[in-house]
Write a protein that binds this ligand. Structure first.
Ligand SMILES: Nc1ncnc2c1ncn2[C@@H]1O[C@H](COP(=O)(O)OP(=O)(O)OP(=O)(O)O)[C@@H](O)[C@H]1O
Length: 263
């Protein structure tokens, strides 16, 4: 991946996701401060950054969930904000913290996601069964989503994002609350998906996971891209975690809080 200048069109070959000068302000707070980058087609791309860095805001603008103040996003060359229907067909999204229709059962929710995409009912039924089995949710297919645990909710939302076999998957914190066995299952599904030409973008705080799982990474802080490229380019001989701390700053702020040692 390369960082692009704001305003320049997507390069050839067409990236799976191209961001151009994205910016967003909430009141007096600049959440995203002009982010431009290309995510190559077929890459497994990590987006990392400290809390409040602007990752969710950037991914929301990239996927048509939040209108940018400036800039735009292209999915496989299709402008998300001028051709939203065409762009949305190309992607599956696992948003962070967005409410699901949780009065449906898990099976109904994923079926609904497929039918909303205009898919054939028989194809949907077959894929729902396969997805529930792959994500170890078959036994809870008939349980209301409102009664799912946090990890099960993540998995059913992921199934809903996968049902139409999109070319690009954008997953905000897909492993949060997910147990290690399920996380390994999900990683296996995503690895196969990338191996067959799909593109995955994940945001995560777990550097070790990103280093092992992704081939590209962008480090975002204070609404800007601090570094982006292949994981090996960005970590530059160090671990991704050490490089992250170096880039973002902070580190050992363990002074103070003496009162915590007074019991
Ligand atoms: N709807 C909103 N209204 C006001 N401020 C917001 C809103 N959404 C995000 N922000 C602010 O924008 C900044 C970026 O938030 P964002 O959620 O994009 O960060 P993040 O990198 O995803 O953080 P985290 O890793 O903690 O999930 C933060 O300062 C946050 O408080």
């Amino acid at each position: 991946m390369t960082v692009q200048l704001p305003g320049s069109p997507p390069t050839s070959p067409v990236p799976a996701l191209a961001l151009r000068g994205l910016a967003k302000r909430f009141g007096g707070k600049i959440a995203v401060d002009g982010i431009s980058l290309d995510v190559p087609s077929g890459s497994f791309y990590g987006v990392v950054g400290p809390n409040g860095a602007g990752k969710t805001t950037t991914l929301s603008m990239a996927t048509g969930l939040l209108r940018p103040d400036f800039g735009t996003a292209y999915i496989h060359g299709v402008d998300v904000w001028t051709k939203p229907l065409e762009a949305k067909k190309l992607m599956g999204i696992l948003p962070d913290g967005v409410r699901l229709f949780d009065r449906l059962t898990g099976e109904q929710l994923v079926t609904y996601a497929g039918l909303l995409r205009g898919m054939d009912r028989d194809v949907v039924a077959q894929r729902v069964g396969e997805l529930m089995a792959a994500l170890d949710l078959s036994a809870d297919a008939g349980t209301l989503v409102v009664d799912y645990s946090a990890g099960m909710t993540k998995k059913i939302a992921l199934a809903s994002a996968l049902i139409h076999a999109p070319r690009l998957l954008v997953l905000d914190e897909p492993f949060e609350s997910v147990d290690p066995v399920s996380a390994a299952n999900i990683r296996g599904i995503l690895d196969n998906y990338v191996a067959s030409g799909g593109t995955v973008i994940v945001s995560s705080h777990v550097m070790d996971l990103v280093q092992r799982m992704c081939d590209h990474v962008a480090v975002v802080a204070a609404g800007r891209v601090l570094a982006a490229g292949t994981v090996d380019e960005v970590r530059d001989g160090a671990t991704l975690e050490d490089r992250f701390v170096q880039l973002v700053g902070g580190g050992n702020q363990t002074g103070g809080l003496e009162w915590l040692r007074t019991f």
